[in-house]
Design a protein around this ligand. Structure first.
Ligand SMILES: NC(=O)c1ccc[n+]([C@@H]2O[C@H](COP(=O)([O-])OP(=O)(O)OC[C@H]3O[C@@H](n4cnc5c(N)ncnc54)[C@H](O)[C@@H]3O)[C@@H](O)[C@H]2O)c1
Length: 388
């Protein structure tokens, strides 16, 4: 049994910690006392059905602290802190990763450092030049919010950014926690692993944008987008998945990861990377114009979260629509049970769905829901397939 420190109790840190605590001793460190207390009370700090189940029902060797555990010795330290996109520098803000490493350096930790936060291309290689205590390995995380633990138990693949002995040991730890022992494990060099994460998300954003532009085309020419998508998706090279139009790609990762990858292209000739980002803005402009054309007096935003099952509103595309519609002087109200405040950017938050339905003469939703069944005549959505 190994001893593992997990830094950051968000979607990535929590699901990694739970998975590894099935067979190892796991200590979690987070600056947020609320999240720390939750882990110690066996309550999930993120909205994730399986994390909640595992914490309450499984025999996990896990505890959390908001004081850096400087007096303990770990075999592995997993860093899963945020790398938000900084619009000033046009780069990821990697300070939380760097400060975590400095803390480890300060206490002379000999642990192997595993970074699961998404990084700019070439970042690990630069870090490794200055860090002498042990190995730093980048292990990209591909989980989705809302099903974070599910994706860790049944990963699409495990990519490890090193060919070293420690890398093999860590891959075995992940494999031990998974329920799919046939999962493909790929060992790559560190910069290739960083690139694979950013290119994977750029491709997903590209796919979303493609179906959204198909939908904009269909709406403009009065065509049935669903018929077109069904017809093209039967080609096995295209596939019948991840093809449901939306207001735009959003959430925490796709917007920031595409921007970071574009920066990493630097002087490398490209057209697609820029187009993916621009296409999302164009789509939001287009959707807002469609809404404004309907002449609503009060637009109701049904939920700010990006996906059903998630409690995360970070960068959700509907917020971009909301901003544009409000700029046209149209009143916007919101139904979002995950927000405790009374207002969000000066728009009133309703917790009573019936009241919200009554007040809004047009209800916009990125994803439709059965609880809106009685007001379908008021709905504006591009959710054609009733799925994510
Ligand atoms: N959310 C996803 O779906 C997802 C998927 C793959 C990769 N990632 C990447 O993983 C990283 C983490 O994402 P997340 O969604 O889990 O983040 P999150 O915002 O949900 O959680 C981050 C946690 O780190 C804590 N934290 C911040 N700075 C800290 C510090 N210096 N020391 C200790 N704790 C600190 C915060 O309090 C928070 O609890 C990001 O780089 C993200 O791009 C996220």
């Amino acid at each position: 049994m190994l001893k593992i420190l997990v830094i950051g109790l968000g979607y990535v840190g929590t699901s990694n910690a739970v998975l590894l605590a099935l067979k190892n001793e796991v200590v979690c460190f987070d600056l947020d006392e609320n999240r720390v207390n939750k882990i110690n009370e066996k309550i999930s700090p993120i909205k994730d059905k399986q994390v909640s189940e595992y914490l309450s029902k499984k025999d996990l060797n896990i505890k959390a602290t908001s004081r850096f555990p400087e007096d303990q010795i770990f075999d592995f330290v997993i860093i899963a802190t945020p790398t938000n996109y900084d619009p000033e520098s046009n780069y990821f803000d990697t300070s939380s990763v760097e400060s975590s490493i400095k803390n480890l350096e300060k206490i002379g930790s000999k642990a192997t450092i595993i970074i699961r936060s998404t990084l700019p291309v070439g970042f690990t290689s630069k870090l490794k030049k200055n860090y002498k205590l042990n190995e730093i390995i980048f292990v990209p995380e591909f989980l989705r919010e809302g099903v974070a633990l599910q994706d860790s138990l049944f990963p699409s693949r495990i990519v490890i950014g090193s060919h070293s002995e420690k890398a093999k040991i860590f891959s075995n730890l992940l494999l031990e926690g998974t329920q799919d022992k046939t999962v493909k494990i790929l060992f790559t060099k560190s910069t290739e692993a960083e690139s694979s994460k950013l290119f994977a998300n750029a491709f997903l954003a590209l796919r979303v944008s493609f179906f959204n532009e198909l939908d904009s085309f269909s709406l403009s020419k009065d065509l049935d987008a669903k018929e077109i998508i069904n017809a093209i998706s039967l080609d096995p090279r295209i596939g019948d998945y991840y093809n449901n139009p939306s207001f735009g790609f959003g959430g925490y990762c796709l917007p920031k990861d595409t921007k970071q990858l574009l920066q990493n292209f630097d002087n490398v000739p490209q057209k697609i990377m820029e187009a993916i980002i621009d296409s999302n803005t164009t789509r939001k402009d287009f959707i807002s114009d469609q809404i404004v054309k309907l002449n609503p007096k009060v637009v109701g935003v049904y939920k700010l979260v990006m996906k059903e099952g998630s409690d995360n509103i970070r960068e959700s595309s509907v917020q971009g629509i909301m901003k544009r519609v409000k700029a046209k002087g149209i009143k916007v109200i919101i139904y979002e049970p995950h927000i405790k405040e009374d207002t969000f950017f000066n728009s009133k938050i309703y917790t009573d769905l019936n009241q919200f339905k009554k007040e809004a003469d047009l209800i916009i939703c990125n994803r439709n829901h059965s609880e809106l069944k009685d007001v379908q005549n008021k709905i504006f959505t591009r959710d054609l397939f009733g799925q994510d």
